[in-house]
Design a protein around this ligand. Structure first.
Ligand SMILES: [Zn+2]
Length: 161
């Protein structure tokens, strides 16, 4: 992966080169499966999405999108297992920044979401504690109806056990 990062760093058009390399047949056949397997072992539950925790993680997401930082395309610490809904339909290329230029989204692989999010059990909705919590709830739709219904069901079942 370091070779690919070096290649991207020397390219005249780094973003284009990063996308080409990431989608190259050899990378798809030999690197993607290894990354997915390693991420699946780290994911909560049974290969759950590292963002919503609900759907099966099927995609390798670049936490910091390739179009923003192509040099992180092959950076292990920039890879997360995500469901296609979170990756391709909700987050897409969104990567909101704070006024100081730091990421607003919570990186679930290196940060404790509890510092930014509170789960109200009775309502089964996340409440933001910080601007970062607010951005993460909005980008990933963490209070979308199906997730809230699932949490409510789990809460009702466990409450009376
Ligand atoms: Zn998800």
């Amino acid at each position: 992966m370091a070779d690919h990062t070096g290649d991207i760093g020397q390219a005249a058009a780094p973003k284009k080169r990063a996308r080409q390399l990431w989608k190259h047949t050899t990378v798809r056949r030999h690197i993607h499966p290894v990354l997915k397997s390693a991420l699946a072992e780290m994911a909560p539950g049974l290969e759950r999405c590292m963002y919503c925790g609900d759907n099966q993680g099927t995609d390798i997401d670049h936490f910091e999108p390739v179009h923003i930082n192509p040099l992180r395309t092959f950076d292990w610490n920039n890879h997360l297992l995500a469901c296609s809904l979170c990756n391709s339909h909700l987050k897409r290329d969104l990567f909101p920044l704070a006024d100081d230029g730091t990421a607003l989204l919570i990186d679930p692989s290196s940060e404790d979401p509890a510092a930014h999010l509170h789960l109200s059990l009775a309502a089964s909705e996340y409440i933001d504690l910080t601007d970062r919590g607010d951005a993460t709830i909005k980008v990933f739709g963490l209070n979308r109806k199906i997730l809230v219904r699932g949490r409510l069901n789990a809460y009702r079942i466990t409450r009376y056990c």
